[in-house]
Design a protein around this ligand. Structure first.
Ligand code: ADP
Length: 528
């Protein structure tokens, strides 16, 4: 995912607390009155004890040491939802120290004991899915139904890894000499730093923390400063489930400072990151001096390829889901819709009709399918991409401008006659804009699809079994959906190739990221 630098201005915008207590849900005098829905939701959340505003270090909820805070906004209204602790190097170093200490005991529990704790956490996440969903909508903006869907998806990683904890098998290798025995153990790597983005405030955390804790690792999580509340609520539930002090810490605030502390510490043995390609590259370079293991889930530029022989309905529904989920703000969102000559016009018409039915609005409003974009920088980026395409000859079929609701709402947009020289063909749009690109042959489609530095998700729509195999294998992508637009699940490996990242999350492969492999050569003890 990629947002311009301006999007991150808020991240270092720490301000000093006016009172020593963290009154949650401060409504700034400059901000608009809280909408009734958001206010009643906030009230309920406060009563549930899930609205946390401090960081979690060593099992204790803590203000930032210099008492500075950072505001969390509701992107649908601009209202301030909360002031949360704005932390930096010192707090992060303490979180690392507590994680390091907790590792000594957490890693020595049996897999079954860790599994039980994770299972309890899963049960609590599911029991609180409404509140967690509301928090996601409040701070991130996605429609409530989609947010509750994210909770189910996010929780599924905890359930899956509670089960998988018990299946971390080693190996016995036939020896190269008869007086030896060769063994392979998988051991937890140690303290993990997990840096996560705002577009899935819960799921991007659980799919890192689940396998880490299951393996016996301990974790310092740094959620996005735009959406820390869901992370803090999930951490509160982890404590209730019995995750011991220090095994899971949460710090947020000054991202570069926290990142530097995590990266420079020799006690942190792994960094797992989901976010922009630019930041991912920086983190990878900064991991070199201490030779940390690194997993990166970075930006995509997903093609959705519609062949002449596709079922039109399936292609429309699949591409709609792949493009407009979370208002286009996911790294697996279709970024380029490649449509073959023979079906181009029919698809453009049917797809525009389907897009027209999308309901833009506040995520708490019944029937909303498209929430706001995360902030002004996101809107400006989408606007500039559309302007660039139109100036180079593309035609707007639908939308193409900010929504009349104002704020950061953008009209679901379909643009035809997009070509490879337009910015939206090359860079991640991260918004509700579907560019239609025409192609002639299967070879053309593969060439255009692969002509990018990214390689995360790709989608193809065809009724030909042979073509499905051929194209799936030719695409330089980590994930391929065939006649499917939503393919992420906890049981399958998620991750990219090329500059979309390193490593996999979810499934049995996701567990490997948190292990070291140790080889033990047992000599014959009776040897003279
Ligand atoms: P996006 O463009 O989607 O916001 P970013 O890569 O900027 O993606 O952000 C993803 C996560 O990385 C967030 O938690 C953000 O605070 C964090 N982040 C951004 N810059 C740095 C940095 N220099 N060091 C560590 N973390 C960072």
């Amino acid at each position: 995912m990629v947002l311009g630098a301006a999007a991150r201005v808020a991240i270092v915008g720490c301000r000093r607390l006016v009172s020593s207590s963290h009154a949650p849900l401060l409504v700034s005098s400059q901000s608009r009155q809280m909408s009734t829905d958001a206010r009643s939701v906030s009230e309920k959340l406060r009563n549930s004890g899930l609205l946390r505003t401090q960081g979690l270090i060593g099992g204790k909820w803590i203000d930032s040491y210099d008492k500075t805070t950072i505001k969390v906004n509701n992107p649908a209204t601009g209202e301030i939802v909360a002031d949360v602790a704005c932390m930096g190097v010192k707090e992060t170093n303490d979180a690392i120290a507590s994680s390091y200490e907790a590792f000594q005991s957490w890693s020595r529990l049996t897999a079954g004991e860790r599994s039980k704790v994770l299972r309890r956490w899963f049960d609590l996440l599911v029991a609180h899915k409404e509140e967690l969903g509301q928090l996601i909508t409040l701070e991130q903006g996605k429609p409530l139904k989609e947010a509750i869907g994210e909770v189910a998806y996010g929780a599924s990683f905890i359930e899956y890894y509670a089960e998988e904890a018990k299946r971390v098998y080693g190996d016995i290798i036939p020896p190269n000499s008869s007086d030896r025995r060769l063994l392979v153990l998988k051991q937890p790597i140690g303290v993990v730093g997990a840096i996560t983005p705002w577009n899935f405030p819960l799921a991007m955390i659980t799919r890192k923390v689940g396998p880490a804790l299951a393996s016996g690792c301990t974790v310092v999580v740094k959620p996005s400063e735009l959406t820390p509340l869901t992370a803090l609520a999930a951490a509160e539930l982890a404590l209730q489930a019995g995750v011991p002090p220090g095994a899971l810490n949460v710090v947020m605030g000054n991202a570069p400072e926290i990142g530097d502390a995590l990266l420079s510490s020799p006690q942190v043995r792994k960094i797992t990151f989901t976010g922009s390609t630019a930041v991912g590259k920086k983190l990878m370079a900064a991991a070199a001096p201490t030779v940390k293991k690194v997993s990166l889930e970075l930006g995509g530029n997903a093609p959705s390829i519609i062949f002449d022989d596709a079922n039109l309905d399936v292609a429309v529904k699949g591409t709609l889901a792949a493009k407009f989920r979370n208002s286009g703000q996911t790294c697996v969102c279709a970024n380029r819709v490649l449509v073959q000559d023979g079906i181009y016009d029919k698809f453009a018409e049917a797809f525009s009709e389907a897009v027209q039915k999308l309901e833009v609005g506040d995520g708490f409003k019944e029937g909303t399918t498209q929430g706001p974009l995360i902030n002004d920088a996101a809107i400006q980026k989408v606007e500039s991409f559309v302007q660039d395409a139109v100036s180079k000859g593309a035609k707007v079929l639908l939308g193409g401008k900010k929504h009349s609701l104002g704020m950061t709402f953008y009209e679901p947009t379909v643009i035809r006659d997009v070509t490879s020289n337009m910015i939206m063909s090359k860079e991640e749009i991260f918004g509700p804009v579907a560019p239609l690109i025409r192609f002639k042959t299967e070879e053309d489609a593969i060439r255009i699809a692969n002509d990018t530095i990214a390689g995360l998700a790709a989608y193809i729509f065809t009724n030909s079994v042979q073509r499905s195999w051929r194209v799936s294998e030719a695409l330089e992508y980590g994930l391929v959906g065939v006649n499917e637009g939503i393919i992420s699940t906890e049981v399958a490996p998620f991750g990219g190739v090329k500059q979309s990242g390193l490593g996999r999350e979810g499934s049995k492969y996701g567990m490997d990221e948190y292990h070291e492999i140790k080889y033990i050569c047992m000599g014959d003890m009776n040897r003279q």
